[in-house]
Design a binder for this molecule. Sequence first.
Ligand code: PDD
Length: 281
Amino acid sequence: RTVYVNGAYCPEEDARVSIFDRGFLFADAVYEVTTVLDGKLVDFDGHMARLGRSLEALTMTLPVSEDELLDIHRQLVTENALREGMIYLQLSRGAPGDRDFHFPDPEETRPTLILFTQEKAIVDSALAARGAKVAFVPDLRWGRVDIKTVQLLYPSMAKMEAEGKGADDAWLVKDGLVTEGSSNNAWIVTPEGTLVTRQLSHDILPGITRATVLRLARERQMKVEERAFTTEEALAAKEAFITSASSFVTPVISIDGHPIGEGEPGPVAKAMREIYIDEAR
Ligand code: PDD
């Protein structure tokens, strides 16, 4: 694989980042994951807008222009002949000479920018066809999960805990309310047929796929509510699904071992998945 590190393209085995990098020592870095479908970037502008928002929240700046970032994404797709999968971008506050809790002077320390591609069959996903099983796990993340930082230890632990219970992923729960999945946004369809997903706040990541699915549902006159829902409401839902760049819309068929609806991918989730894929293409 050809990867990108600080202005240069190189084979992955030659890529080097300092051991003093603040991404490595402090998780002082933000990231984006952009889907590639049929060799084309999906929702690139949305991902770049959210990157800008994350950077602003952490007083970091892009070392390259947005046009250059687009070129780098396209170059990696070409170099790696990527048809379907993702591009991972990470920008850290750089590598000052020492370990120090203070942010380094941006005039002196250059941010570290890395990008790499990852192949993945997203359209023909076995998990989407079968439907995902999720398990409730307490949301013990920090208070600003709306910033897309690489602080992903707890989401990783939550996913392992969910898998230990025989599920595929975790639905995180705070004060009896579902926040989101370990790396995706959580949705339910109420018995009345209303789509519900949590409102934006510091408690969830503003998903780019979430925003597109909201728009597509509203354009089709479907009833949509952006609000928090309880674990009880989730268990009593007619359907459930998750959204993310790397899974599009994936039906959820059970929560904590309780079947949701018929215990099979529901018609609304399946339709939204098709609509989303058509739009992405
Ligand atoms: N995860 N919520 C969380 C906590 C996430 O990490 C993600 C994305 C989402 C969905 O956002 P989007 O639709 O923009 O992908 C929601 C990415 C895919 C990841 O970490 O791999």
